[in-house]
Design a protein around this ligand. Structure first.
Ligand SMILES: [Zn+2]
Length: 269
């Protein structure tokens, strides 16, 4: 199911295979001035493509390679001849999507491979110019788009919540913190996130500051406990208590343990 919502010149396109069963498992794409930012999950690819039939989409930008952000690429290119763009590191991953875990297959589905081109420093549409901001951490090919005149920041999966309690294995929280700082320094007026159920944030700077502070505090706690010699599991127990319920459903792909471990990675910033 698709639910469109208008915000200024931006259309938020919320997509969910099971909207009544679990409204949390939705993902958002954004349409503005012929530019589509992310193309959703495979189970909704036909519906999204039909929805965009008369919307004159010319360019699709994928914020990163994950399967819930790229799946209508191939259909959109085939039907409407759109140009597909993503970070250079995402190109091979979108062309050859990884094997999915069962929960990913159930919730999102397998994307049809698509040939994307390397995005440059900016993307220009008829009325707007979007700066490409490299924001690694969620994964290393993650980008945001920023329209300076409007103050719009399209943040993909960079911002999920002010108090995240789970992470994926590939995340690096130090990089996420640096990327959130980069995003905050742009002084955006509106933040357009992709993840499940997160709404458009109309005063994002304080929200980003709160998130940065929380993640830095968490990092300090993990560092202190690590220095005392605790194992990742012991740290997870001390900081979060029992493992998050999402961990079991996602075969440990989203877990508090991953969040702890993501602070033990190098500070590659
Ligand atoms: Zn993602």
């Amino acid at each position: 199911m698709i639910v469109p919502t208008q915000y200024e010149e931006v259309t938020q396109i919320k997509m969910n295979r099971y909207p009544e069963f679990n409204p949390g498992y939705s993902v958002c794409a954004y349409l503005v001035d012929g530019l589509l930012i992310d193309s959703g999950q495979a189970h909704i690819a036909e519906e999204l493509t039909d929805f965009l039939k008369d919307k004159e989409v010319r360019i699709v930008v994928n914020t990163h390679y994950h399967e819930d952000h790229i799946a209508a690429n191939a259909l959109l290119k085939e039907r409407y001849g759109v140009e597909l763009l993503a970070h250079p590191l995402a190109i091979d991953r979108i062309n050859q999507p990884a094997t999915l875990y069962p929960y990913q297959e159930e919730v999102w589905g397998y994307p049809i491979p698509s040939q994307v081109k390397a995005i440059g420093d900016s993307v220009t549409t008829q009325h707007f110019r979007f700066e490409v901001i490299h924001t690694p951490g969620h994964c290393d090919d993650h980008i945001c788009l920023f329209e300076k005149g409007k103050g719009w920041l399209f943040s993909g999966d960079l911002f999920v919540s002010t108090r995240p309690n789970v992470a994926r294995p590939e995340e690096n929280q130090w990089q996420i913190i640096a990327s959130l700082k980069k995003a905050k320094d742009l002084m955006p007026r509106a933040l357009f996130p992709a993840p499940r159920g997160v709404r458009v944030v109309t005063d994002p700077v304080p929200v980003l500051e709160e998130t940065i502070h929380h993640l830095e505090d968490l990092g300090q706690r993990v560092t202190e406990l690590n220095d005392k010699g605790l194992s990742p599991d012991e740290m997870r127990q001390q900081i979060f208590g029992d493992e998050a319920p999402l961990a079991e459903f996602t075969q440990q792909q989203f877990s508090s343990l991953n969040l702890v471990k993501s602070y033990l990675k190098e500070r590659l910033t």
